[in-house]
Design a protein around this ligand. Structure first.
Ligand SMILES: [Zn+2]
Length: 263
C-alpha cells in the first residue's frame, strides 16, 4: 500500500471472503444471498481483496468477554463474524493510506454494542476498525456516516461521549432532507477519516421506501469529494443492512461508483 500521490485517487477496491456467505443461525431475511448479490455486482468492476479474520484481542477492543464467548458458541457464526470484523479492519487500514474501499461483509455490525447484540449483528465491524486506528494513534477524529434505515445504536453506544468519533445516524424519511443531512454531517467538523455504515434498506424498493439508487451515487461522491479535499482521501464503507436482493447489488454498485475516481 502506498500513499496517494499527485492527487490521483487509486481505483476503489472491494473486500470479500467466502465466509460471509455462511448459513449461520440468524433471522430468515438476513440471508447469504444478500452478500452474494452485492459481490456478484461489484466483482465485475472492481478488484476484490481477501481479508484475514480479526483476532480475539481486536474484538475485545469493543466487546466484552461475555459477548465474545456467546458468539464463539457457534463455530460457523464466529468464523463469519470474525472475518467481517477483519474485513472492516483491512478497509480502515487501506483507507488510512488513501485507498478507497468497500467492505462487502456479512454479518452486519451497527446494532452490536459492547455487551449486547441484536438486529442480525454480532460484532460491531466498523467500531472495531476505528477503535484500532485510534488505539494505534493513527487518527484523532473520525466520522461514522450511518445511512442505514435503522439507527446504529451499537456504534452510538460504543462511541458516545468520545471526542475521537462523531457518529451521524441519518434518520430522515424524505430524500432531499436525507441528502442534506449527509452534507451537514460531512461539513460540520474536520475529520481524519470517514467511514460509511452502508445500509441500503432505505431504498424505495426495500423496507424504508425513501432513497433512489442514484442517491447512493450522490452520497458516495460527496464523501469522496470531502475526503479528497479535507482528509487525504481517507474514506471507506462497510456493508450493513439491505434486504431486497433484487436491488441490493445495483445500490451497492451506485455507492461504489460515487466513491470511485472514475465514477
Ligand atoms: Zn437496517
Amino acid at each position: 500500500m502506498t500513499r496517494r500521490r499527485n492527487n490521483v485517487t487509486p481505483q476503489l477496491k472491494v473486500i470479500f471472503h467466502e465466509a460471509y456467505v455462511t448459513d449461520y443461525p440468524t433471522a430468515s431475511c438476513e440471508t447469504p444471498d444478500r452478500v452474494e448479490a452485492v459481490i456478484h455486482s461489484l466483482r465485475q468492476y472492481y478488484e476484490v481483496i481477501t481479508p484475514t479474520p480479526a483476532s480475539e484481542s481486536d474484538i475485545r477492543l469493543v466487546h466484552s468477554e461475555g459477548l465474545l464467548k456467546s458468539v464463539k458458541a457457534d463455530a460457523g457464526l464466529y468464523r463469519a463474524a470474525a472475518m467481517a470484523v477483519g474485513g472492516a479492519i483491512l478497509a480502515a487500514k487501506m483507507a488510512l493510506v488513501g485507498e478507497p474501499v468497500f467492505a462487502a461483509v456479512r454479518p452486519p455490525g451497527h446494532h452490536a454494542s459492547p455487551n449486547s447484540h441484536w438486529g442480525f449483528c454480532f460484532f460491531n465491524n466498523i467500531a472495531v476498525s476505528l477503535e484500532k486506528l485510534i488505539q494505534g494513534g493513527e487518527i484523532s477524529c473520525a466520522l461514522v456516516l450511518d445511512i442505514d434505515l435503522h439507527f446504529g445504536d451499537g456504534t452510538d453506544n460504543f462511541f458516545k461521549g468520545r471526542k475521537e468519533v462523531v457518529v451521524a445516524n441519518i434518520q430522515e424519511n424524505d430524500r432531499e432532507r436525507f441528502l442534506k443531512e449527509v452534507d451537514r454531517a460531512l461539513t460540520s467538523h474536520d475529520y481524519d477519516i470517514v467511514a460509511i455504515s452502508a445500509g441500503f434498506d432505505r431504498h424505495v424498493n426495500d423496507w424504508g421506501g425513501t432513497l433512489l439508487t442514484e442517491d447512493y451515487f450522490t452520497i458516495g461522491r460527496n464523501v469522496r469529494d470531502y475526503a479528497l479535499s479535507k482528509c487525504d482521501g481517507r474514506y471507506y464503507a462497510v456493508l450493513e443492512g439491505g434486504y431486497n436482493t433484487a436491488v441490493l447489488g445495483k445500490n451497492a454498485l451506485a455507492l461504489c461508483r460515487g466513491m470511485s475516481s472514475g465514477g
